[in-house]
Design a protein around this ligand. Structure first.
Ligand code: DX5
Ligand code: ZN
Length: 212
């Protein structure tokens, strides 16, 4: 069965603990970190991850949308992340390797993320080090955008390359009760969902529904 990672970007930040409790039947908690440089938005950072860590046992899936993530990955591991994913577009190849090595040295699952315009091939140099590959199905930066179905060939290609490796294939952006079926069919194993989860009247039922 696929895993669901609700994105707290769609939660009420003034009631974050309550909104984390509401998604406890999920498999991960997806935390979007934005620096206002790599993406045109600023969200949350290290102190918030530290605080979240204290109020939930859900594994924290931290999606870093920041320039030169190698500068910060160790601090996010120490703050309580279980998975740290970094964008391949955010630095040169050697620095991305170094960032993945640092995450793994902390005993955490490391992953790379591909923006919609980035081809599947961009993940290849890093696959051996990845416990997760994240395919964006919207332009990163904001919740509530429309799902890009034209990312499905990229998802299928990555599914093929990952094969039997211990590596999750995650999709992020516009996942709802309809598009979840498409991404599952194309090989995704972890589905991020922000608005589809938090706008639902019955959140546990919605999480179940998203499992396809
Ligand atoms: C966008 C973030 C997503 C976002 C998804 O940059 O990476 O995680 O919260 O939101 P929805 O599910 O509303 O598209
Ligand atoms: Zn995300």
């Amino acid at each position: 069965m696929v895993k669901i990672a609700p994105s707290i970007l769609a939660a009420d930040f003034a009631n974050l603990e309550r909104d984390i409790r509401r998604v406890e039947s999920a498999d991960y908690l997806h935390v979007d970190v934005m620096d206002g440089m790599f993406v045109p938005n600023i969200s949350i950072g290290l102190p918030v991850v530290q605080s979240i860590r204290k109020v939930t046992d859900l594994p924290l899936d931290v999606h870093l949308m920041i320039e030169r993530p190698v500068r910060y990955v160790e601090r996010f591991c120490q703050a309580g992340a279980d998975v740290v994913t970094i964008h391949v577009e955010a630095d040169g190849e050697a620095e991305i390797h170094r960032a993945l090595d640092l995450i793994r040295a902390h005993g955490k699952r490391a992953g790379v993320v591909l923006k919609p315009g980035t081809p599947a091939e961009a993940a290849l140099p890093f696959l051996d080090k990845c416990g997760m590959v994240l395919v964006m199905t919207v332009e990163p930066g904001f919740g509530g955008q429309k799902f890009m179905a034209d990312m499905m060939p990229k998802l299928r290609q990555l599914r093929e390359w990952i094969g039997g490796l211990d590596c999750e294939l995650e999709v992020d952006g516009g996942v709802d009760p309809v598009t979840c079926r498409t991404v599952i069919e194309n090989g995704a194993t972890v589905l991020v969902a922000g608005s589809a989860v938090y706008k639902a009247a019955d959140i546990p039922a919605r999480i179940k529904e998203l499992r396809g």
